[in-house]
Write a protein that binds this ligand. Structure first.
Ligand code: SF4
Length: 356
C-alpha cells in the first residue's frame, strides 16, 4: 500500500483485528521517541501492541561519569566548552550539578548549533582551548569529523573534541543479549540509516530473526513502519524493510561515511543502562590526537552508574516506561531533572512529560 492511499484509521482497526499476542516494538531513535509521543500513536494502538523507547537518545546514554569529567573540565579557567543545547542541564553523579550550574559559577559554556560553530569560536578565542562536546550517533559523527578536518586544515590548534560518539549496531546487539530482552520488532532509526544505510540493520533479521523496518518521522510514516513490523511478526518471517526510501538508501551516504572513517575509529565505550560495549564508540584517530580533548587533558572516565532512585538506565533499555519511575513528574521534571531522559529533547521521559 502506498502512503498516499494509507488510511490511518483503517490501519489501526486492521491492527486490532490481526489477533496478535501481547508484544513489544522498540524505536531506537530519539526523534522517533518524540514524534511518537507527539502523535499520540502509543495510546492509539491496541493494548497488545506496546511501543518501547530504546537507547536512541545520545545525551541519555552518556554515563554520569562522563558528565562529571565534563563539569571538571568546564571549571578550568583556560577552557571554553562548546556544546549542543541538550547537554546543558544534564546532571552528573551529583544531583543538581550540570553545565548550567557550573556556568552560573563562572564556567564558560557556549551553546553551538554545529561543530563548525565551535571551530569558529576557537578562532575568535585564541588564548583559550575550545572543547566541543561531540555527543551523538552516526548521524552527527560526520559533522564532528568534518570539524576536526576544518580545524586541522585551518591550523587552529586551540580546538579539540571530547568524543562521546556512539554507534547503534553494537548497542542493539548488547540489548538483544540481555536476559530480559523482550522486543518482537525494531523501528530502525531513519536518520542514522541515512548515513550508514538501511542494509546496516539487516543483521537483526538475518542473525536474530527479529523484524526490522527503517521508518520516517511523520505520524503516518511511523504507523506505516509499525504496521509493516506487525505484518512480519504475523507472518513469522523477519526481514529488513526500508519504509523511508525518500531519505534512506540501502548503502547510506558514502561521502559521510568516508569523512567519519577518515577522522574517527571505533573503540569500546560505556553506555548508561547497558554498561561497557565493545567497539560501540568512536574516538579520534591517532593522527588527529592533537584535537582529542581526552588526550589533551588526560581525561579518564569512571564508569559511574546511576545512583539513588534514578531509573534512566532501565528506561533506556525499555525495561521501564517513564511514568513507572517513582520520580516521574514529581521529584523529576524538565525544570528539575534528576536524570538525562528528562532533560534531552529526545529523552523518553521528557517526551512523555511534554505530551502526556
Ligand atoms: Fe530518570 Fe527522571 Fe526519567 Fe526517572 S523520571 S527515569 S529519574 S529522567
Amino acid at each position: 500500500m502506498s502512503l498516499e492511499n494509507f488510511n490511518p484509521a483503517e490501519i489501526l482497526s486492521e491492527i486490532s483485528r490481526m489477533g496478535l499476542p501481547q508484544l513489544n516494538l522498540m524505536e531506537v531513535c530519539g526523534t522517533h521517541t518524540m514524534a511518537i509521543a507527539k502523535s499520540g500513536l502509543r495510546s492509539s494502538l491496541p493494548e497488545n501492541v506496546k511501543l518501547l523507547s530504546g537507547p536512541g537518545c545520545p545525551v541519555c546514554v552518556t554515563p554520569s561519569g562522563v558528565i562529571d569529567e565534563i563539569l571538571a573540565l568546564a571549571m578550568r579557567s583556560d577552557v571554553i566548552i562548546a556544546t549542543y543545547g541538550d547537554m546543558i542541564k544534564v546532571p552528573g553523579s551529583v544531583h543538581g550539578k550540570s553545565l548550567a550550574s557550573v556556568r552560573a559559577l563562572g564556567a564558560r559554556v557556549e551553546v553551538v548549533y554545529s561543530p563548525l560553530d565551535a571551530v569558529a569560536l576557537a578562532e575568535k578565542n585564541k588564548g583559550d582551548e575550545v572543547v566541543f562536546l561531540g555527543a551523538g550517533f552516526e548521524t552527527t559523527a560526520p559533522g564532528t569529523a568534518a570539524a576536526i578536518g576544518a580545524a586541522k586544515d585551518g591550523g587552529i590548534t586551540n580546538f579539540s573534541v571530547l568524543s562521546m560518539l556512539k554507534t547503534v549496531e553494537p548497542a542493539l546487539r548488547a540489548l538483544i543479549a540481555q536476559e530480559d530482552f523482550a522486543v518482537s520488532g525494531f523501528l530502525c532509526p531513519g536518520h542514522v540509516a541515512t548515513v550508514i544505510g538501511a542494509n546496516a540493520f539487516s543483521f537483526l533479521a538475518e542473525e536474530y530473526n527479529i523484524p526490522c523496518v527503517v521508518g520516517g518521522f511523520e505520524p503516518r510514516e511511523i504507523l506505516d513502519a509499525v504496521y509493516r513490523l506487525l505484518l512480519q511478526i504475523k507472518s513469522g518471517k523477519a526481514r529488513l524493510e526500508n519504509a523511508y526510501p525518500n531519505a534512506v538508501r540501502a548503502e547510506g551516504n558514502p561521502l559521510a561515511r568516508k569523512i567519519m572513517e577518515k577522522y574517527l575509529t571505533p573503540r569500546t565505550d560505556v553506555w548508561r543502562g547497558l554498561g561497557e560495549i565493545p567497539m560501540s564508540g568512536l574516538c579520534l584517530r591517532e593522527e588527529y590526537s592533537d584535537f582529542d580533548a581526552e588526550r589533551k587533558f588526560a581525561i579518564t572516565y569512571k564508569n559511574t552508574e546511576d545512583t539513588g532512585a534514578c531509573r534512566c538506565g532501565d528506561v533506556i533499555c525499555g525495561r521501564l516506561s517513564p511514568h513507572e519511575c517513582p520520580m516521574f513528574g514529581k521529584a523529576c521534571t524538565p525544570e528539575n531533572p534528576v536524570g538525562p531522559c528528562m532533560v534531552s529533547g529526545e529523552g523518553a521521559c521528557a517526551a512523555m512529560y511534554k505530551y502526556m
